[in-house]
Design a protein around this ligand. Structure first.
Ligand code: AMP
Length: 304
């Protein structure tokens, strides 16, 4: 496995399977890398880039864990062929101010503007996400890119952005043939969704940190109730565990808008974002568990 930081070196691995990450790799990332390997489309590329344009000034950009040596062990074991770990100037050659402006003006798809979930709590975040993912697609020209169900709204935003980019791209552009996939959330033994930020949790907060997953399971048990009642029950559980709740909602899973009366239960998803001890946890799952437990059916999450 090679580790490169120069964007031009990426040209040696075209038509591959790309797994974009911010590093501090855990088993969730490893499962995405294994999925990329399983696709057998070409080289498996893992990008590791703590993207400044998706962090607000008060967020954890400076203290976000940077652990390239350990990451290379995880990526290699999972089947990566190359890690692309660029400095910011490789991704944003026009400098940080131009990058910040480009993120601010990025034309956002619907899932980044109407749900009032992450887009409300983290204004500006999806502009940065779209900018860096579009840039990685341009630089790596992958055939396949794999994302995690863990960040469901992000997945919907990137999928919509890529569909639009494919429709607008010239016929010879690799964007036309780019296939996106979403892979299931990998959890700790007690249900906590793995996250690079879990390491910020104190021992006591780590014990409470199963609450978002328990709130989602409670929603599933209550799925015969009115959606507002389910949402209230989820919020109450989180508050009782000492969380400050950003949202605990049931949404239509593609648009992330509020469901209509005729939305089938199979299209509903519970989404939670809540903070404990200064650590923000997000989690989500279908309201109606799919066969194979909480894993989303791969074929449903794959778009050619
Ligand atoms: P991050 O490094 O947090 O930006 O995440 C990189 C990719 O890994 C994203 O597509 C995430 O959705 C995905 N990911 C993060 N945590 C998990 C998890 N616990 N299970 C599966 N995928 C994950």
């Amino acid at each position: 496995m090679e580790i490169i930081s120069d964007r031009r070196a990426l040209q040696r691995w075209p038509n591959g399977a790309l797994v974009p990450t911010m590093g501090a790799l855990h088993d969730g990332h490893a499962s995405l890398i294994r999925e990329a390997r399983r696709r057998r489309v070409g080289p498996v590329l893992v990008s590791i880039f703590v993207n400044p344009t998706q962090f607000a000034p008060h967020e954890d950009f400076a203290r976000y864990p940077r652990t390239l040596e350990a990451d290379s062990v995880v990526a290699k074991a999972a089947g990566a062929d190359v890690i692309f770990a660029p400095p910011p100037e490789e991704i944003y050659p026009d400098g940080p101010d131009a990058a910040a402006r480009a993120a601010e003006h990025f034309p956002l798809p619907q899932a980044a503007t109407t749900p009032a979930l992450e887009d409300r709590i983290r204004p500006g975040h999806f502009g940065g996400v779209c900018l860096v993912v579009a840039r990685l697609f341009e630089l790596a020209a992958p055939r396949v890119a794999i994302f995690g169900e863990k960040d469901w709204q992000q997945w919907r935003v990137i999928d919509q952005m890529a569909q639009r980019a494919a429709a607008d791209a010239p016929i010879e552009s690799p964007l036309r043939h780019l296939e996106l996939s979403v892979a299931p959330t990998v959890r700790e033994h007690d249900g906590l969704a793995m996250s690079s930020r879990n390491r910020y949790l104190s021992a006591e907060d780590r014990r409470r940190a199963t609450a978002p997953w328990r709130a989602i399971q409670l929603a599933r048990e209550l799925k015969h109730l009115a959606l507002t009642e389910i949402e209230e029950a989820m919020t109450n559980l989180l508050v009782a565990e000492g969380f400050e709740v950003d949202y605990a909602v049931i949404r239509e899973e593609d648009s992330l808008n509020a469901p209509g009366a005729s939305t089938p239960v199979e299209r509903l998803r519970a989404l939670v974002a809540a903070r404990v001890g200064g650590v923000r946890l997000i989690d989500n799952a279908p309201l109606h568990p799919r066969h194979g437990g909480d894993s989303i059916d791969q074929s449903m999450g794959t778009r050619a």
